[in-house]
Write a protein that binds this ligand. Sequence first.
Ligand code: GAL
Length: 515
Amino acid sequence: MKHLKVFSIVLVVALLLAWVPAANAAPRAAVTCDQTYTVTAGDWLSKISDKFLGSVSAYWAIMAQTNKKNAEDPTFAKITNADQIEVGQKLCIPSKAEAEAFLKTFDPNNIDPGALFATGAKGQLVVGSWWTSAGEFAGLNEIYKLYKAANPDVEIVNAATAGGAGVNFKGQLLTKLIGGNPPDTFQLHAGLEVETYAPVETYLEPVDDIYASEGLDQVFPPDLAALLTYKGHKWGVPVNIHRSNVMWVNVPALQKAGLDKAPATWDEFFAAAEKLKAAGITPIAMGGAEGWEMAHTFEDILASTMGADGYRQLWTGERAWTDPGVTQALETFKKVLTYANPDRAAYSWPAAVDLVIQGKAAFHIMGDWANGEFTAKGKVAGVDYSWAPVPGTQGIFVGLSDMFALPKAAKNKENARAWIRLVGTKAAQEAFNPKKGSICARTDCDLTNFNDYLKSSAADWAKDKIVPSVVHGAAASPAWAKEFQDIITLFVTTGDVAAAQASLQQACVKAGVCK
Ligand code: GAL
């Protein structure tokens, strides 16, 4: 096909900082356009690139040139995703020679997002993350605003890769770290997830000095602080604390089925599910499109049947996976699945949350980034939606934390260090977390702007037993966590409790944690 539409881009570069006045930027070398072109209906970039440059794959050069032109003349478009150009946008077409020179160093199979955007007088800040959902980006954008205000001459490049829990991002990042072409800073869970990028000291730079200069050793709670040191160093600064074990509730849907509160036990859950089914409502929404959602649900069920201490001991090797609590968790999960939307494999986590928002389903088990989704869609906590700990996990907080880390090969290291210092501040955490659906990593945040859900989460964090999430990087080595996920995904298809339990025990042995 000659006019191939560009569908193959996994990397989503979605910089939405159009509000930043171009006048703030220091002068740069003028960008010349060989021609200008205004997008009309039915256009797409590769088609335009074929027309002007004689090649369907030279569109990257048009994207880069247009973005660079945009920095000096905002009447030109800022193209954040090569797949999405809009009618009326003005493009800056480079000469064939310029396009060829650009494409010589640009590798479409290993995209350097920095190459596609302008460079500020003080360089760029390329931020790698998997925060692309509405609530996730809303949170991140709050920190971008603070950063831009403090560093107007730095061009922020939002190098985000879609895929919840980092399912796509982490592999891509590893390739970039190995290839010496990483973003300047990137999202990393507190805990053993750092081993994904082993040998850590080869690829990452410790940030101990930032802890020292910003007084960070004093501001994080002990349960989080315990996850921050690896091989004697700090490798990132945490921005939040998320909770994995939340059951989100559509209250009117419950009422329709004659129910007045979320179930506190699995028995109550199954009784409620029967009533919801009879009322024509899907009892529990589930996603499964990205491969981690099932394991997420299961880790919470495991916490319910094992209790906080038992769950923790499974990850430390003090309890074997042959424990009856694991059998009970698998049996419970199997039964829960019979009340979920059968087409769950087609649903990403935000799509599953949306089933609850729309009242098509009554419950959904998901981390509290779902709270960011409800909020981004204008829903009010306690009015439009409600929440409860996953049945049987009252008093347990399955926790995780997002940090930002510093690659050794970062091209704009000082800009990255300024970012990492910023994410640790009270101001950044108070701006980011209400939108993201998490509570501050710091203990000194003012909760005035946090909604009722977040206030309840902060209260629970202070009194509950805290245990680490495995799916979100805190509890186990990356290899073990991946096996856990694969075993549970397979179990969803087979329903074979004995086989899944045996595999879980083997995975623990293989990880060197169980005997
Ligand atoms: C988690 C991450 C959260 C949220 C979620 C869904 O792993 O810690 O911040 O983004 O994935 O993508």
